[in-house]
Design a protein around this ligand. Sequence first.
Ligand SMILES: O=C(O)CCC(=O)c1ccccc1C(=O)O
Ligand SMILES: [Mg+2]
Length: 357
Amino acid sequence: MPMIERIEVRPYALPLAAPIDLGGMEIDQRHGCLVQAVFRAGDVTVFGVGDVAPLPGFSRETVEEAISALHSIIPSWEGRELPRDSRLGHLKTLPSSSIPSVRFGLEQALASAVAKSQSKRLIEWIRPTARSKVSLNALLMGTPDEIVESASNLETGPGGYRAVKVKVGRHDLHAEAAAIRRLYAMWEETVELRLDANRAWTVEEATSFAEALEDTPISYLEEPLSSPKHLRRWSMATGVPVALDESTREKSVDELTKDRFAAAFVVKPSLIGLLGTIRLERAIRDAGVEVVISSSYESGVGLAGLAMLAAVLGDRDIPAGLDTYRRLAADVTEELLPIQGPTIDVDELWQALPTQI
Ligand SMILES: O=C(O)CCC(=O)c1ccccc1C(=O)O
Ligand SMILES: [Mg+2]
């Protein structure tokens, strides 16, 4: 029987290409930690690596809290045996943590090790019919002029980006809306427009923005309102489709499946856990709402896990929100990993991942 021999923890601090603004708070380094499951099956040892990356301003836990939670849970994992033919469900039988980033990292490490102990790629172990390519949305942020400038340099059309996500709610809203109208004029229906305001606006401001869009078709606007309880009514009144992001972490799965007015749910697995994401994605999709798997500035190891989740979930290639790798000036691996858009080749990425840390 394969056994979890030990679990190792390696904190990291990665320089960012430029400081990131997280709802009023700026960070210029990304802190997190890698966790490695060392797994013995007969006389072979396999390693599975995961990323624990709570994000300041978005996660309730700090990195220090996550690391101390890891150290308190590790002894109860070490020495445990798993059935030779373990499937994803067996991971649920292990002691878990109440801290989402810790659950994600441990689940990623363990799932990777179990897959390897069965000589499988992670995605085929989770779901044999997984897709091998994952499309990304290009993430555009900056001043309205910078956004238009980076949009015009973007690779679109066949083989290029099919979706872009623009951060709004950070500059003059009329200038932001004008920039969105210019992107639409440039691409028309060939590129899906997703916007994200991170709860920056009052109902009145959001309504001014909606009017200034002048009926420009967008896929959705994520979290426009500082008071999210008005989202349904605002979306109905303005006709602007909305997506939930922050709200997905404030409500139960049952409550969320009732929020069918949303055009999409933006789900960040490293803020809710890997198994939790699989459960939530299924429930939301069954309720008829689109799920967009997204990142929160994880290391390449974490992003790889997210890309693999995006490859196994759902029934079609919905562009994922994983265009954050370029924000890191260095990664936990010496060589950068193949995680850039417009599409990620998941098998190539699996091959490129470090076998151990
Ligand atoms: O979703 C994406 O495409 C990129 C990730 C992103 O926007 C993000 C990254 C970190 C924290 C919050 C958010 C967000 O969607 O609000
Ligand atoms: Mg968002």
